[in-house]
Design a binder for this molecule. Structure first.
Ligand code: GRG
Length: 296
């Protein structure tokens, strides 16, 4: 399977699935039923052309464990994209990075105003945990016709909600953002990587945890996928910085480190067979990118 594996086809199929789910789950309300244009603002950012890398990695983790990509697995994976999208909307606000464009379009606050942009981010963040709760209830209480109730999987999905909260919140992404905004820029690779680990790596790690737990991963499988997610996320951020020429004085060290981390990500998958081919191929792309993140 590895040699003939078509990563672009796999990515495109997973992205299409994620996009279809997001579109179906967040319909535009009829005229007059969207107070403050909240849903319109959520859709504007969420359905803009992002790479869907985090939910796709979550689906890759579920596949690595050998699971079918069932509705609860897909819903859990999509929940990670909601968190990512909220973080982008808030990061773009004037009180943070003050950006005018995101995903090729004017930023949310430019189109809807700051208050609505804040609320759209808040609503995406909370909706994420609503979807995880729905996935857990779905497997425990209301399985699809022909599927058995699976209380153990519901517990795993509850753990997934905890893992996502940890990676997104005060121990992960929000902490990294606070560090980035509140402290002087790092002047060595260790400091830079601490920032990347929190601001970017933590959510990537959570994405892998969510996919793995939703799919019923064993403890060794979960820990291997966590390792993969953290290495991948930090390497991704190094590559993104390198392509933007951020921290030029650390560029050479960061480039070497990104390659090593991508290699570590592949090595973390040693316990898996062919089912982990998509995750291996994604990390190999990062390894070969030689310091430029895949922006396709
Ligand atoms: C506001 C709590 C809070 C956190 C913000 C995500 C973030 C933290 C800041 C955005 C700016 C930035 C450079 C973050 C690093 C992660 C990153 C490269 C985000 C962009 O992710 P992509 O490339 O974007 O996956 P798409 O649009 O493809 O999803």
């Amino acid at each position: 399977m590895t040699e003939s594996f078509d990563l672009q086809a796999w990515l495109s199929a997973r992205r299409d699935e994620v996009n279809a789910l997001l579109e179906a789950r967040l319909p535009l309300p009829p005229p007059g039923e969207d107070p403050g244009r909240l849903t319109e603002a959520m859709r504007y950012s969420l359905l803009a052309p992002g790479k869907r890398l985090r939910p796709v990695l979550a689906l890759g983790a579920a596949q690595a464990v050998g699971a079918a990509l069932t509705d609860p697995v897909r819903l859990a994976a999509a929940a990670v994209e909601l968190i990512h999208c909220y973080s982008l909307i808030h990061d773009d606000l004037p009180c943070m990075d003050d950006d005018d464009y995101r995903r090729g379009k004017p930023t949310s606050h430019k189109v809807f105003g700051e208050a609505t942009a804040v609320l759209a981010g808040d609503a995406l963040l909370t909706l994420s945990f609503e979807w995880l709760a729905e996935a857990a209830v779905g497997v425990a209480v209301l399985p699809h016709p022909g599927e058995e109730r699976n209380p153990a999987r519901a517990v795993a999905l509850t753990r997934a909600a905890g893992a996502l909260a940890r990676g997104a919140g005060m121990w992960g992404m929000v902490r990294g953002q606070a560090r980035d905004l509140g402290e002087p820029p790092p002047d060595d690779l260790d400091g830079l990587e601490q920032l990347h680990r929190e601001k970017t790596g933590a959510l990537f790690k959570s994405a892998l945890e969510v996919g793995a737990l939703a799919a019923g991963a064993s403890p060794p499988q979960l820990s291997a996928l966590e390792q993969y997610g953290e290495c991948f996320g930090i390497a991704f951020q190094h590559a993104d910085d390198l392509s933007d020429n951020d921290h030029p004085q650390l560029a050479e060290a960061a480039r070497a480190r990104a390659r090593l981390l991508a290699q570590n990500a592949v090595e973390a998958l040693g316990i898996f067979g062919d089912d982990a081919t998509p995750l291996r191929a994604l990390a190999q792309v990062l390894m070969l990118a030689n310091g430029s993140a895949d922006r396709s």
